[in-house]
Design a protein around this ligand. Structure first.
Ligand SMILES: C[S@@+](CC[C@H](N)C(=O)[O-])C[C@H]1O[C@@H](n2cnc3c(N)ncnc32)[C@H](O)[C@@H]1O
Length: 219
């Protein structure tokens, strides 16, 4: 999964998601601030943020050692630590300007504890239309729970209120290899084998990318 993510993300197909993450972060971070990317994977989004913000330092947390090896090298102002998001974070209270969470698990109480009162939590998650063409063609792919937004709201509401939400939605072209990597980097990967996808007619050459990116302010 990590390798597939590392092959797919540099194609630039998700660059608009990276850009919105960097823009929302830039609005909230101080000049020498700290950004914590929770479930950072290969560090693609954290590196995108740090590229735009010269004085800012980044810390990626993830449980995957393979992903962390890549995240630690993703940017010279990034560090990466093996950490389970459901444990108390290895950070002092109010140490972070921004907590970034892109397609990753969440720990709202810890997000609130480590954020400065003026900081922002940025959560990027898929809408029901995300990768719909792939989900239509590959039945074993996990569907997106329609109640996901309500659950997110319930979980974050005691700690955060919405400052701004942006929707990012576009159609993207895919080569067969891109499509294979994209399926393999989703949580569906464990239900789908590459052999199932070998018939190239199964894979669409265009997909809808559709996510919501919300910046939350601490209550
Ligand atoms: C769908 S991937 C997203 C990775 C990255 N944010 C991106 O979008 O490229 C989810 C990430 O969360 C990590 N993860 C899953 N459970 C975790 C946990 N309990 N604590 C920390 N990271 C976790 C996975 O290892 C994976 O890198």
């Amino acid at each position: 999964m990590v390798q597939d993510r590392d092959r797919f993300l540099p194609t630039g197909t998700y660059a608009p998601i990276r850009e919105v993450g960097a823009r929302l972060t830039a609005d909230a971070v101080s000049e020498q601030g700290t950004v914590v990317d929770v479930g950072c994977g290969t560090g693609y989004y954290l590196a995108g943020v740090l590229d735009q913000l010269p004085g800012v330092r980044g810390l990626g947390l993830d449980t995957s050692v393979r992903a962390l090896r890549l995240a630690a090298r993703a940017h010279d102002r990034a560090a990466a630590v093996a950490w389970d998001v459901f444990r108390p974070f290895p950070l002092a209270d109010e140490a972070a300007d921004v907590v970034l969470d892109v397609f990753a698990p969440r720990n709202p109480a810890e997000f609130r504890r480590v954020l400065r009162p003026t900081g922002r939590l940025i959560v990027v998650r898929p809408t029901g239309r995300h990768l719909a063409e792939l989900r239509g063609q590959v039945p074993a792919m996990v569907t997106i729970d329609p109640a996901k937004e309500q659950r997110l709201d319930r979980a974050l509401n005691p700690f955060f209120e919405v400052a701004v939400t942006e929707q990012v939605e576009y159609r993207a072209s895919l080569t067969k290899l891109d499509a294979l990597n994209l399926v393999a980097m989703t949580p569906s990967a464990r239900h789908v084998s590459r052999a199932d996808l070998n018939d190239s007619s199964v894979l669409p050459d265009q997909v809808t990318v559709s996510v919501l990116a919300t910046a939350y302010q601490p209550r």
